[in-house]
Design a protein around this ligand. Structure first.
Ligand code: AMP
Length: 457
């Protein structure tokens, strides 16, 4: 087992990692960092939760600090493209954390918020820019962003970029960058379409990949309840009233469905918010903040909206609807494993979802312990229903044009190991020099403290 020092990272980065409480590189970090430090292009297959952000961020920071150069006006030295604003914010927070002793500058840019402060930061130029492709392309078109000086390009969650229709924007952005840049390409899945794109973008890349998604399923306590579709809402309220429910994430298949479920819970006196792509940035932030503080400890989310939710202590994951892609089931239940505490995942299955259940159980190679709470009518419906084939999948990414059907993934290692790593023996409590707050709390704050726009350390 290596440690971070053995990977050759600069001392200020090692110091920041020690403060984060990270002692051992995760598998993707151990594999990827040496290649990236050596200047090679990289093709990484890894999901969120595996530590992939640090896998690219650490060598990137090392490179920028090792070869100091002025940030190009209107642009950046390193560009990280992310499919969602939540993920972009999270990556930016991580970069700021890992790079806190390096004195580099950074900014995050995404849509749905005012462009002016972004233009202002671009004008000065930054070392590291994290951006969603659409908004960045707008800035390129107006001439506010100039990307010719990009030395390192990171594409994060390439499969999601494709699913969300960002690929033309990514291509246009990369076409204005220097061909001599280093490119790091990460995707959770590698369907043929992504492999082709990677082949076009990368020069003799080193290839690294980590744990297949299905392993998460082994670490979470799972239950399945067969139930009539019309009775799901009451069942959810009933279960949420049980003792032991701390913070619960409820997954719904559609935005509309998420709204309906949250409304129903509120009507039942259970404080809950819905979070999905049609919510404004402000609404999302409010919902997330109240989820974190426990004011509204129930969050109803669609798969895509849940991607930015990096909160420890999710005690329960409910799947109000089974997802369109079986992989999303695994990513959803993995949200409890992040906490390190014990988590429970409960899925509802209506008669018309039996085919989806079959696909999930095939993927995780186990039968989920089930309970039957259906009415006789629903049982009869299930018995006669010819299971429909679930949607054709492209790997984990879901169907084009629909919601991409996957949530953030599992933490690496066992929940207990993850907890131990996160706690880091308690020796990192002053990681941000903001005094007073525990390392754990700071880490949580970091994930949630999303301003519209942030720049410069
Ligand atoms: P990511 O896959 O980048 O979203 O990382 C998942 C979680 O693992 C984040 O909360 C990180 O802070 C944490 N993490 C990343 N690398 C390490 C490490 N080497 N040791 C412990 N925790 C880590």
């Amino acid at each position: 087992m290596t440690d971070f020092a053995a990977l050759g990272l600069a001392e200020p980065i090692l110091r920041a990692l020690a403060q984060e409480g990270y002692s051992t590189p995760t598998p993707i970090q151990a594999q990827a960092i040496p290649h990236v430090l050596a200047g090679r292009d990289l093709l990484g297959i890894a999901q969120t939760g595996t530590g992939k952000t640090a896998a690219f961020a650490l060598p990137l920071l090392h490179h920028l600090a090792d070869r100091r150069a002025p940030a190009p006006r209107g642009g950046c030295r390193a560009l990280i493209l992310s499919p969602t604003r939540e993920l972009a914010s999270q990556i930016h927070d991580n970069i700021r954390g890992y790079g806190r002793f390096l004195g580099l500058t950074s900014a995050v840019i995404f849509g749905g918020v005012g462009a002016r402060p972004q233009v202002e930061a671009l004008r000065r130029g930054v070392d590291i820019l994290v951006a969603t492709p659409g908004r960045l392309q707008d800035h390129v078109q107006t001439g506010a962003a100039k990307l010719q000086g990009v030395e390192v390009l990171v594409l994060d969650e390439a499969d999601q970029m494709l699913d969300r229709g960002f690929w033309p924007a990514v291509k246009r952005l990369s076409s204005v960058m220097s061909k001599n840049r280093q490119t790091l390409f990460f995707s959770a899945t590698m369907p043929a379409e992504i492999a082709k794109i990677a082949g076009e973008m990368l020069k003799d890349p080193a290839k690294v990949s980590v744990t297949p998604v299905s392993s998460t399923a082994e670490r979470v306590e799972q239950r399945l309840i067969h139930i009539d579709a019309s009775l799901k809402r009451n069942l959810l309220s009933e279960l949420l009233r049980e003792p032991g429910i701390g913070r619960a994430l409820v997954f719904a298949r559609t935005k509309h469905g998420a709204d309906r479920v949250a409304k129903h819970l509120n009507a039942d006196g259970i404080p809950a918010h819905a979070i999905h792509g049609d919510r404004s940035q402000g609404q999302r932030e409010r919902a997330l903040a109240e989820f974190r503080t426990g004011r509204a400890p129930i969050l109803v989310a669609t798969d895509i909206a849940s991607r930015g939710i990096d909160v420890d202590g999710v005690t329960h994951v409910f799947q109000f609807d089974l997802p369109d892609t079986p992989e999303a089931y695994v990513h959803r239940i993995g949200r409890t494993a992040r906490a390190g505490a014990s988590g429970e995942a409960i899925a509802f299955c209506a008669p018309d979802e039996l085919a989806k259940l079959k696909a999930v159980e095939k993927l995780i190679a186990m039968k989920i312990p089930a309970e039957d709470r259906r009415t006789d009518a629903a049982r009869a419906e299930a018995a006669t229903a010819q299971p429909k084939k679930p949607q054709q999948q492209r790997g984990r990414g879901g169907r084009p044009g629909g919601h991409p059907g996957h949530a953030q993934a599992h933490a690496h290692g066992s929940p207990r190991q993850a907890a131990a790593r996160r706690d880091g023996g308690g020796g990192h409590s002053s990681s941000r020099g903001r005094g007073g707050r525990s390392g754990d709390q700071q880490r949580k704050d970091r994930s949630w403290r999303e301003g519209d726009f942030r720049d410069q350390r």
